[in-house]
Write a protein that binds this ligand. Structure first.
Ligand code: FE2
Length: 230
C-alpha cells in the first residue's frame, strides 16, 4: 500500500502539538525555575500544553478509537491504553506544577523545577513516539476500515464540536508548526467549506504568526486556489 496516497487526519494537528512541546521544552530550559515570577510563566505554559493534549486524546478516543473498536478492537484498545499512559504522565506533571507553586524558597523551587523538567521530557518522549505510532499503525487500521471521505467527514465532525476558543489555540500552533503547502491546503478547505468568519479568524492568526515572506506566499497560493476553483 502506498501510504502517501491516503488521507492522514493527524498530520496537521500533530505538527501543531509537537511545535507546542518543542517551544515549551525550550522555555523550561531557558527559565530559572528557582525564580517564582519567571517560573510561573513557564508553569502556565506547561498547564496549557496539558489541556490541549488531554482534549486531543479525548477527541481521538471518541471519534476514532471507539468507533474502530467494532472492526479492529485490538488496535483501538492499544491506542486507548496509550492515552491512559499519556494521562498518567500528564498527571505527574500537573502534580509537580502544584508542588512547585507551594515550595517555600528558591532552593526548593529549583529542586522541584528540575524534577518537573525531567517529567516534561518524559511527556515529550512518550508523545513523540505515540504520535508517530498513530500516524503509522492507527492510520493503517483506519485506512483499512474507512475511505478517505469517511475519515475527512469524521475529522470535520470532530472540529465542529470543538469549542471555537480551544480550536483557535490548536490553530495558532498548527500555523506555527506546519509548512506553507499544508497551510494552503488547510485554509483553502476552510475557505471553501466553513463560515467566512472562521476563515478570517485563521487568516488573522496567520498574519500574527507567519514571517512576512511566508504570509505573502500563503496569500498568493490561496488566491491561486480561489481562481482555480472559480
Ligand atoms: Fe493520541
Amino acid at each position: 500500500m502506498n501510504i502517501t496516497n491516503r488521507y492522514n487526519s493527524f498530520n496537521q494537528v500533530h505538527k501543531g502539538l509537537r511545535a507546542y512541546l518543542y517551544d515549551t521544552a525550550l522555555k523550561l530550559q531557558q527559565t530559572d525555575l528557582a525564580d517564582a515570577k519567571a517560573g510561573e510563566a513557564a508553569m502556565q505554559q506547561v498547564e496549557e500544553v496539558l489541556v490541549l493534549f488531554e482534549s486531543h486524546a479525548h477527541n481521538e478516543d471518541e471519534f476514532f478509537n471507539r468507533p474502530l473498536e467494532e472492526t479492529n478492537p485490538e488496535v483501538a484498545k492499544l491506542f486507548e491504553k496509550e492515552h491512559e499512559e499519556d494521562h498518567r504522565l500528564g498527571q505527574v506533571l500537573a502534580d509537580l506544577v502544584a508542588q512547585w507553586r507551594e515550595e517555600p524558597d528558591d532552593h526548593a523551587r529549583a529542586v522541584t523545577g528540575r524534577n518537573l523538567f525531567y517529567a516534561f521530557n518524559e511527556f515529550i518522549a512518550f508523545n513523540l513516539y505515540h504520535m508517530n505510532k498513530e500516524e503509522i499503525e492507527l492510520n493503517a487500521a483506519l485506512w483499512n476500515a474507512y475511505s478517505d471521505e469517511e475519515i475527512i467527514a469524521t475529522e470535520q465532525t470532530l472540529v465542529q464540536q470543538t469549542p471555537p476558543a480551544k480550536m483557535m489555540k490548536y490553530a495558532r500552533w498548527m500555523i506555527r508548526g506546519c509548512n506553507t503547502v499544508e497551510l494552503t491546503r488547510w485554509l483553502s478547505a476552510v475557505k471553501a467549506n466553513a463560515p467566512a468568519e472562521v476563515f478570517f479568524a485563521l487568516m488573522h492568526l496567520a498574519t500574527d504568526e507567519l514571517p512576512a515572506e511566508r504570509l505573502r506566499e500563503l496569500k498568493a497560493k490561496l488566491e491561486g486556489c480561489h481562481h482555480a476553483a472559480a
